[in-house]
Design a protein around this ligand. Structure first.
Ligand code: ADP
Ligand code: MG
Length: 155
């Protein structure tokens, strides 16, 4: 359903790309964005830019130990997951992820491979990689909603 590449020459570009992702999400359906990439690739920077755009004024740090951080953003919600320390995908069940999901919720997942099989179906996959002094983001759509978002990003 489509792929694209975005060049992110500096930290601010990663944050702005996160902000654009927020704007292309319609906000009605649930949306799941997987953030792939090594340590230091810019996943949390992207989430911070997205949540700032969404109006979050508090500090945004990766939930390294709590694994799930919920945000209330007006009528919408976001869940920021950092699964680096997840031992087993089944633990997501005990953390109550399923109860947090629903319409109007944006789910952002760092280290999604650790939660394989226990995550809701993804709409977009963003793969961040070092490229020179900057980063390159590969974006793949995995659903109709994801494809529509990708078209808006490109347009
Ligand atoms: P991750 O969550 O993937 O481990 P972070 O978002 O914590 O990575 O970012 C790691 C570092 O990369 C930060 O110091 C951040 O400033 C930097 N960074 C983010 N995006 C870029 C970019 N496009 N170009 C250069 N540095 C970046
Ligand atoms: Mg991180």
């Amino acid at each position: 359903t489509g792929e694209g590449t975005v060049w992110l020459p500096e930290e601010a570009a990663t944050a702005r790309f996160g902000a654009r992702l927020w704007r292309v999400w319609g906000g009605e359906q649930q949306c799941v964005i997987l953030l792939e990439g090594d340590l230091g690739a810019g996943k949390t920077t992207l989430v911070r830019g997205l949540l700032r755009e969404a109006g979050e004024r508090g500090s945004v740090r990766s939930p390294t130990y709590t694994l799930i951080e919920p945000y209330t953003l007006g009528a919408r919600r976001a869940l920021h997951l950092d699964l680096y320390r997840l031992g087993d995908p089944e633990e997501l069940e005990f953390l109550g992820l399923r109860d947090e999901l629903g319409a109007g919720t944006l789910v952002l997942v760092e280290w999604p491979q650790r939660g394989h099989g226990a995550l809701p179906g993804e709409d977009l996959v963003v793969n961040l990689a070092h490229a020179g002094d900057g980063r390159q983001a590969g974006v793949s759509a995995r659903s109709m909603q994801g494809a529509a978002m990708l078209r808006e990003l490109a347009g």
